[in-house]
Design a protein around this ligand. Structure first.
Ligand code: THU
Length: 173
């Protein structure tokens, strides 16, 4: 993949690396929610049930302006494991929410530079896309910089999942 355009910005105490944005950059209206959503994802991660992989993941999202969180919920069958992102989406949809506006993910790999180790898996991307509103942003916890500053990445969801699978005539219901 070609190098993405990137720039940095501070929102509250957190430094964000914004990847893949054009001239307009990250909408200020959404950026206001970044610090609290990152904090909620980090808190959720501490509640993860991950005795098998020991890889703890927390997700926090805004649907219809309301915050929901989820963690990975592992299972002895392994295959029954649920990812944090899908836990959070299930919680929100079960409460009657349908419009996903912002999602943050925090993982045990937050300190690592590799985006692929911190971003939602392919299955979660498809589930997220079911409820994604146009312009959905994904926040990835980036841990703590050497100077002690909390950091993260902001990525447009469309960059993570172009050409998502959909059915003809599909509507958000
Ligand atoms: N996991 C998530 O919760 N979200 C992802 O997007 C990737 C993987 C969890 C599933 C499993 O409990 C652990 O991380 C290791 O794969």
């Amino acid at each position: 993949m070609d190098a993405l355009p990137e720039y940095s910005m501070m929102v509250g105490e957190v430094r964000w690396r914004c990847l893949g944005f054009g001239d307009e950059g990250v909408p200020y209206r959404m950026a206001q929610n970044f610090p609290m959503l990152l904090e909620a994802a980090r808190a959720a991660r501490r509640r993860a049930y991950a005795p098998y992989s020991r890889f703890q993941v927390g997700a926090a999202l805004l649907m219809d302006g309301v915050e929901f969180t989820g963690t990975n919920v592992e299972n002895a069958s392994y295959g029954g494991t649920l990812c944090a992102e899908r836990s959070a989406v299930s919680a929100a949809v079960s409460s009657g929410r349908r419009s996903l506006e912002l999602i943050a993910v925090s993982t045990d790999a937050s300190e690592l530079p590799e985006i692929g180790m911190r971003a939602p898996c392919g299955l979660c991307r498809q589930v997220i896309s079911e409820f994604a509103t146009p312009g959905l942003l994904v926040l990835l916890d980036g841990g703590t910089a050497i100077d002690g500053t909390a950091q993260g990445d902001v990525i447009p969801f469309d960059l993570l999942l172009p050409w998502r699978f959909r059915l003809k005539g599909e509507r958000l219901g």
